[in-house]
Design a protein around this ligand. Structure first.
Ligand SMILES: NC(=O)C1=CN([C@@H]2O[C@H](COP(=O)(O)OP(=O)(O)OC[C@H]3O[C@@H](n4cnc5c(N)ncnc54)[C@H](OP(=O)(O)O)[C@@H]3O)[C@@H](O)[C@H]2O)C=CC1
Ligand SMILES: O=C([O-])CC(=O)C(=O)O
Length: 452
């Protein structure tokens, strides 16, 4: 057994925490220098594993574990366990404190796109190191190792740590972002109530785990379907975490709606703004063409075919996921990953003046008269904050609901329908939200976007 007595990744993380206070920036030249010099790994057997433990005031020397020994499933992975020749003066003066991101369903298709976007710096920027903690299951553990191997081979300079595990209480430890993607897909012949129950149990357990071990201000984005009600279950099981920190992903629907409006108006899609998706990530969702704008003008002034807006456009967005499954034979993965990155970026960067984005968020206290205590997609703006020292305006992960939106009878009628669906879903999972006995009276036409 070889013992490596150099600084470990744990030590390094500690050092960066301390250095964070200096708040100096890092240039790309500096970054590549760091990769070449400061983080040059010490040679040791390819598969040897290092375990390291940190007490409050002491960092223990890492111990190399024999390559052929039994693997514990929540260890750091492969190259991310290596020690580095980290000289004091090279301790970068620059890196920001690592952001911990936990991802469930990490061996699934969406994650397979998303993890590489996160590790590339696309979401948090080119000077922000991240740690990825990946949650799988007994069923997916081997695939998860494959994912971690691909992350190793990608040599991302910003990726400081990768851990894989099957216990949410370990994988969610200190999470600042939790991206909850894993969920059982609805199979043939399965009742939607059955899906709500099976997946609801996953999200109840994960809510409890987040409550116990995540950062108290963790931002949670629920992607696994039915995502609104899963997010509600999750937040109800995590009373220590602010309810407004939980999001159900409806950004994919927003992006789809923008694309269809751009296509109809004959403009590039960056000209479409103020796009709200109201309600459930299901076929009752309401893409709001009343408040949306094209080139700064109300959509209805640009697209005069209002029948198209009310009928074709609305249904196209609601059923886009299903059409895609028919073509691809599987549900959207790449565009979903893009939309998760978009949703995160929207929370950590200032929303452009006058614009907003959609997210499924907690309704209690909403200004629109929507029933309280649901997770409902609504228009949001990030809360800008001034980053100390650098004087850069950025979002801090928080948001506020947009007040200046208008309603007409058509929009209200549609919002009522999606609200009724979410209230029915909520009754159906009462046993998982601590609200008594479940009673399932789901509307007949309740469907996920991917169901046709
Ligand atoms: N909100 C949105 O806009 C969208 C949401 N989705 C939803 O995202 C989720 C993930 O999609 P995708 O990555 O394509 O799916 P995959 O099937 O590729 O991966 C899903 C993962 O879920 C996990 N899972 C958890 N419980 C079960 C179970 N009981 N049976 C089977 N798998 C389970 C599996 O991982 P493990 O074994 O490690 O737990 C699996 O790797 C789905 O619920 C999908 O409907 C998809 C597109 C858009
Ligand atoms: O139903 C699914 O799994 C796919 C989905 O959510 C979508 O494409 O919007």
């Amino acid at each position: 057994m070889e013992v490596v007595a150099e600084l470990s990744v744990c030590t390094y993380t500690k050092a960066t925490t301390r250095l964070h206070s200096s708040q100096l920036s890092i240039s790309s030249t500096h970054l590549s220098y760091l990769r070449r010099r400061a983080f040059r790994p010490i040679t040791r057997p390819r598969d040897a594993r290092i375990t390291c433990s940190v007490t409050s005031d002491q960092v223990q020397a890492p111990i190399a574990v024999q390559a052929e020994g039994p693997k514990t499933k929540n260890d750091c992975y492969g190259v991310f366990c290596l020690t580095y020749d980290l000289k004091a003066e090279e301790e970068t003066k620059a890196w920001k404190k690592t952001i911990n991101i936990s991802v469930s369903g990490a061996a699934g298709m969406i994650s397979n796109h998303l993890l590489f976007k996160l590790a590339s710096g696309e979401v948090f920027g080119p000077d922000q190191p991240i740690a990825l903690k990946l949650l799988g299951s007994e069923r997916s553990f081997q695939a998860l190792e494959g994912v971690a191997m691909e992350l190793e081979d990608s040599l991302f300079p910003l990726l400081r740590e990768v851990k894989i595990g099957i216990n949410p209480y370990e994988v969610f430890q200190d999470a600042e972002w939790a991206l909850l993607i894993g969920a059982k897909p609805r199979g043939p012949g399965m009742e939607r109530a059955g899906l709500l129950d099976i997946n609801g149990q996953i999200f109840a357990e994960q809510g409890k785990a987040l409550n116990a071990v995540a950062s108290p201000n963790v931002k949670v984005i629920v992607v696994g379907n039915p995502c609104n009600t899963n997010a509600l279950i999750c937040l109800k099981n995590a009373p220590k975490i602010p309810a407004k920190n939980f999001h159900a992903l409806t950004r994919l629907d927003e992006n789809r709606a923008k694309c269809q409006l751009a296509l109809k108006a004959g403009v590039f899609y960056d000209k479409v703004s103020n796009m709200t998706i109201w309600g459930n990530h299901s076929t009752t969702q309401v893409p709001d063409f009343l408040n949306a704008r094209i080139n700064g003008l109300p959509v209805k002034e640009v697209i005069k075919d209002h029948k198209w807006l009310e009928e074709e456009f609305t249904e196209k967005v609601q059923k886009r996921g299903g059409v895609l499954i028919q073509k691809w034979g599987r549900s959207s993965a790449a565009s979903t990953a893009v939309s998760i990155a978009d949703a995160m970026k929207s929370l950590v960067t200032p929303t452009p003046k006058g614009d907003w984005f959609s997210s499924g968020v907690y309704t209690t206290g909403n200004p629109y008269g929507i029933a309280e205590d649901l997770v409902f997609s609504m228009p949001c703006r990030s809360k800008p904050c001034l980053r100390k020292f650098k004087r850069i305006l950025q979002g801090d992960g928080d948001y506020e609901l947009v007040k200046d939106v208008i309603f007409d009878d058509y929009l209200l009628k549609r919002i009522n329908k999606t609200e009724a669906e979410l209230l029915a879903e909520k009754r159906c999972v009462a046993h998982l939200t601590g609200e008594g006995v479940a009673f399932c009276d789901l509307p007949e036409d309740t469907m996920l976007p991917g169901e046709m």
